[in-house]
Design a protein around this ligand. Structure first.
Ligand SMILES: *[C@@H]1O[C@H](CO)[C@@H](O)[C@H](O)[C@H]1NC(C)=O
Ligand SMILES: *[C@@H]1O[C@H](CO)[C@@H](O)[C@H](O)[C@H]1NC(C)=O
Ligand SMILES: *[C@@H]1O[C@H](CO)[C@@H](O)[C@H](O)[C@H]1NC(C)=O
Ligand SMILES: *[C@@H]1O[C@H](CO)[C@@H](O)[C@H](O)[C@H]1NC(C)=O
Ligand SMILES: *[C@@H]1O[C@H](CO)[C@@H](O)[C@H](O)[C@H]1NC(C)=O
Length: 470
């Protein structure tokens, strides 16, 4: 069976793989073709974690390795078992070509695989594989750390490695009655001075030289070519270890400032609650804002009963804020509503009164919440009747109040918010859709009104004649 180099691409990968598995010892050419095929198969299968390939050839016979199927990753244990069977008895001289980095892709890229044999960077390696009596290719050997292969061989052979290069090897006398482990370090391209191909070609020449010396010395040997670590990792492991999926790109929200507790008025149990982020007021003749929420007021003068509540906040600066609320049953909606009737601001005997009944109300069991309660823009607080309060301004931010039904103890009840559910946008969308629906229904109705004719003109019968004499 001969599979030529250039013809190798006519065979399917699976076929070649099958040949390889069925016949562990066949001619060098087809072996290498199968080897390359396995590499290509692995390359195309796209599955790659950290692996290095391993080439193993010998001038004397090797036991076959349990079949390697495409995509199979040979574990260290399997390799160890194989070495045990290969180096089990007698003494061996092992040449370990250890390249700094190696991946199967290096064979695909620089091996001149696709019939382009002259370009191959592995000429001597190929020749050695062809001429050796047996060889073995492990396309994917599990790689955990760089010392595995060396320690494994050291352990199996029972000798420590001897670092040599081509020159020292020629002068070295090898005692074949004991095991020898000769280590030849090979560089890998760092991208600084030479191209990868040149480096690999150089390595290939060194290998050729070493093997020639061994041949000249007439020492039987076993050679291994592998990498200290993978040169490429195209794998799942190369995916950056970050959360996959959508994430907000905005900066994380800063930790909120400690929330001030709400103001609670007790009268045989909690009765009125008020909380606001800012209670900003601006007084006549002074345009600056005073934030009353920063102060703790006294609640003297407050009162509450079933129908009326009054919260009086007296601040140390002399300002007094009054919130008067009432709880009434409205027959139309058949339920109780509470309203914030008036908000009074008093300073130095002058009083400004605002009415909130227009917008500040909620079912009596609920609290009322509004992001902004102000007296000047989108005003929920309107000046009370007969008042000229244009100089006074109130602006409460994130304001929540509850004057009745504090059954939740010191927690606000469910908040009825001033922002209505039906915004202008929703109304516009809704009305437009309804209009379209109406037109559609009208059109459908019209189409259903169409009737097919119950009588047709008979082409074979006599045509209609209209007498014209009359
Ligand atoms: C080779 O090694 C063996 C065992 O250590 C020793 O007995 C023998 O003398 C050595 N031969 C040479 C040529 O050094
Ligand atoms: C009202 O009572 C609650 C506990 O029921 C307490 O935490 C709060 O400080 C009291 N407030 C006043 C003003 O006494
Ligand atoms: C309210 O007053 C505080 C403190 O003076 C200020 O930081 C905040 O911007 C004011 N808010 C408004 C809406 O005026
Ligand atoms: C609640 O207080 C208001 C104001 O003081 C008073 O007019 C009203 O009669 C009181 N209602 C009840 C039920 O006590
Ligand atoms: C009030 O709210 C706090 C925090 O949400 C919760 O732990 C507590 O149980 C609530 N109290 C009542 C009486 O619901």
């Amino acid at each position: 069976m001969t599979v030529s180099w250039s013809g190798s691409r006519d065979h399917s990968v699976a076929e070649k793989l099958h040949e390889k598995m069925a016949e562990p010892r066949f001619s060098g050419r087809s072996r290498l073709a199968a080897f390359i095929a396995v590499f290509v198969a692995l390359f195309t299968s796209g599955r790659a974690t950290s692996q290095v390939p391993l080439l193993f050839w010998s001038s004397d016979g090797l036991p076959p390795l349990a079949s390697t199927t495409a995509g199979h990753i040979t574990t260290n244990d399997q390799l160890s078992a194989y070495f045990t069977s290969a180096f089990g008895s007698a003494s061996h001289t092992v040449l370990l070509f250890l390249q700094d980095k190696l991946s199967k892709d290096d064979f695909t890229v620089f091996g001149g695989v696709f019939g382009n044999k002259q370009e191959s960077a592995f000429k001597n390696l190929e020749a050695a594989l062809h001429s050796s009596s047996s060889s073995l290719a492990v396309p994917a050997m599990e790689w955990t750390d760089s010392s595995v292969i060396l320690t494994l061989l050291q352990e199996k052979l029972g000798v420590s490695p001897l670092l040599v290069d081509a020159d020292t090897l020629s002068q070295l006398s090898i005692n074949t009655s004991v095991s020898n482990l000769l280590l030849i370090n090979l560089p890998y391209c760092t991208g600084l001075h030479k191209s990868c191909k040149e480096v690999l070609q150089n390595n290939d020449e060194i290998m050729g030289k070493v093997l020639n010396i061994m041949k000249a010395k007439d020492v039987p040997y076993t050679a291994i070519y592998t990498g200290l670590q993978p040169s490429r990792v195209i794998s799942e492991t190369s995916v950056p270890n970050q959360s996959v999926g959508r994430s907000l790109l905005q900066a994380p929200t800063p930790t909120p400032a400690p929330v001030t507790p709400p103001i609670i008025y007790n009268q045989s149990g909690p009765c009125i609650m008020l909380w606001a982020k800012n209670l900003n007021v601006s007084l006549p003749g002074n345009s600056s804002w005073i934030d009353l929420a920063a102060d703790r007021p006294s609640l003297a003068g407050s009162m509450c009963n079933e129908t009326d509540s009054l919260l009086v906040l007296t601040y140390t600066s002399g300002l007094v804020l009054r919130f008067a609320m009432s709880n009434r049953r409205y027959p139309v909606s058949a339920r109780h509503w509470f309203t914030l009737d008036t908000v009074e601001l008093q300073v130095d005997g002058r009083t400004a009164s605002f009415s909130g009944t227009r917008g500040i109300y909620s079912p009596a069991e609920y609290s009322f919440h509004c992001q902004s309660v102000s007296s000047f823009q989108d005003a929920l607080l309107v000046p009370g009747s007969g008042q000229n309060v244009s100089q006074w301004r109130l602006n409460f931010v994130d304001f929540q109040i509850q004057g009745f039904g504090l059954t939740n103890g010191t927690n606000f009840s469910y908040a009825s918010d001033c922002a209505g559910f039906f915004t202008a946008g929703i109304w516009m969308g809704l009305l437009t859709s309804l209009l379209m629906l109406l037109i559609f229904v009208y059109g459908l109705h019209m189409i259903m009104q169409l009737n097919t004719m119950d009588r047709f003109d008979d082409p074979k019968g006599p045509s209609i004649s209209v007498p014209q004499s009359e």
